[in-house]
Structures are given as structure tokens and as C-alpha cells.
Design a binder for this molecule. Structure first.
Ligand code: MEV
Length: 269
């Protein structure tokens, strides 16, 4: 008899791409889940190809359905193998976040040695939204390969960006654990600028983000991004929730509220 399981999607607050090369990342499970029924059918609220870890949630659900109990370590290990088949060289942050949920500090030290720890968020995050900039024409694998190519050609430039990303990731950690005041919006903006200099944000997405910033808001891609057309979902923060809602509406952009720190994989009754 099959079992019914569900697994969440994720966002990356900071560290996408650099996490593939051993730099730390902070990721959070979201409140959108994929449900796998006993007959293997899947119902999902997680948009596909949007940077929200739909493929990882799928892998985690396959893995949990196979293992049939909530052995998180085993589920995560098998899900990583499935992800590897699909993506080539993933860091494992997506499947680990979907498995364990919450906020995670994650680091791939070596192929067979990954460290992570739940971050106890001591601060209530502001209201956040996900805005759809359109589905990228590139897959996650393509984007990871693009960065690998750039790193081969311009190693120093890329490592410099990665180190700056790590600084932002650490500032997010201090912010979440209330060790510093920090400015959530500024961290989002700084992270986005670094991802732009890595070349993983398309022109049309940059234009949307620029307009959000001109209105006093902040936004960043979350996940692999996209170069040619859309760059998937962007995480948006604006003090004035109504203002940003109106902006999305007037520009016909699909935007919805998102909650971070959702529960990891679970067996449904
Ligand atoms: C994708 O959600 C995050 C990337 O860093 C790839 C990975 O970590 O495997 C772009």
C-alpha cells in the first residue's frame, strides 16, 4: 500500500549558485506544498521552473513514499540522488530544505559531506511576496552550467562575488538570530545586485526590480534565475503592502503573499 506524503517548496534568502561551490546559503521552506497520493499522482501548489524548488519537493515526495516513514536523513539522501539525476551537480540545498523545513543554514563542504543546521528565527519577518517574472527558458542545470563556465573564464571575478554573497548570507543570519539589527530590505537589495553581476538575472527582470526599488521596495531572484526571458519568482518586500499590491495589479504581474519557515516533509493521514 502506498502512503500519502507532502513536501514544501523553498526560497533561498542568500547563497544561490555560490552554495554549489561550498559557500554557505540560507534557505527557507515556504507554505506551498506538493502532495503525493498513494497511487503516485501528484498535486502541487508549487509553480514549476520558478526557483521555488518544485523538482526538489517532487524528489523528496518520491523518496518519502518509498521509505514509508519519516526517516529524514534517509529521505534526504535518496532525494539528493534523484536531484543529481535531474540536475547534474546540485548543492543539495533544495532537497534538504524541503525535507527538514524551517530556515536552514546550509553548506556543501564536499560531495559526501554537507553540513546544515536549523536557524531559530528570533525575529518576525516582514510581510513578503513572490512576484512572477516569467518562466526562464533555461533550466536550473543550464544556469548552474552557465555560472560554471563564467567561473572557468573569470575565476577571480566570480570568487569575489561569491565572497561578497557570503557576507550578505552572514548578515541575514545575524539579522534572523537578532545578533544585529541589520536592514532586511538592504540585504535583499545587496544580494540581488551580486546575483546580477553574476549574470543570472535577465534584463526584463532587472527592469521590474528597478521599478520596485524606485517605489521604495526591495526584490531579489530566488533560486537559479534566468538570463534570456523570465527569471522565475522574485522575493519582494515593501513596507507599504498596498502600494506594492497596486503596482503588481497595474502592471498585470502575478504576485502572492508567501510565508517562510514552513514544515518539512510529512506523512499525511
Ligand atoms: C537552485 O535552487 C539553487 C542553485 O544554487 C543550485 C543548487 O544549489 O543546486 C542555483
Amino acid at each position: 500500500m502506498g502512503i500519502k506524503v507532502s513536501a514544501p517548496g523553498k526560497i533561498i534568502l542568500s547563497g544561490e549558485h555560490s552554495v554549489v561551490y561550498g559557500y554557505p546559503a540560507i534557505a527557507a521552506a515556504v507554505n506551498w506544498r506538493l502532495v503525493r497520493l498513494p497511487d503516485g499522482k501528484v498535486e502541487s501548489k508549487i509553480p514549476i521552473g520558478a526557483g521555488l524548488g518544485s523538482s526538489a519537493a517532487y524528489a523528496v515526495s518520491v523518496s518519502a513514499a518509498k521509505i514509508k516513514k519519516l526517516d529524514l536523513e534517509r529521505i534526504n539522501r535518496l532525494a539528493y540522488q534523484i536531484e543529481k539525476k535531474n540536475h547534474g551537480s546540485p548543492s543539495g540545498v533544495d532537497n534538504t530544505t524541503s525535507t527538514y523545513g524551517g530556515f536552514l543554514w546550509y553548506r556543501k563542504e564536499a560531495e559526501n559531506f554537507k553540513t546544515f543546521k536549523q536557524i531559530e528565527a528570533k525575529r518576525k519577518l516582514p510581510k513578503l511576496f513572490l512576484l512572477n517574472t516569467g518562466r526562464p527558458t533555461e533550466s536550473t542545470k543550464d544556469m548552474v552550467e552557465y555560472v560554471a563556465g563564467l567561473r572557468k573564464k573569470r575565476g577571480l571575478y566570480v570568487e569575489k562575488i561569491f565572497r561578497k554573497i557570503e557576507k550578505v548570507t552572514r548578515s541575514f543570519l545575524n539579522y534572523l538570530s537578532k545578533e544585529s539589527n541589520g536592514n532586511f530590505g538592504h540585504l535583499i537589495r545587496d544580494n540581488e545586485r551580486l546575483l546580477e553581476s553574476l549574470g543570472v538575472v535577465s534584463e526584463s527582470t532587472k527592469a521590474i526590480i528597478e521599478r520596485i526599488e524606485k517605489m521604495g521596495g526591495y526584490a531579489k531572484i530566488t533560486g537559479a534565475g534566468g538570463r534570456e526571458k523570465g527569471s522565475g519568482m522574485v522575493l519582494v518586500y515593501h513596507k507599504d503592502v498596498e502600494k506594492i499590491g497596486l503596482f503588481a495589479k497595474e502592471n498585470n504581474l502575478n504576485m502572492m503573499p508567501v510565508k517562510l519557515g514552513g514544515e518539512g516533509v510529512r506523512i499525511e493521514r
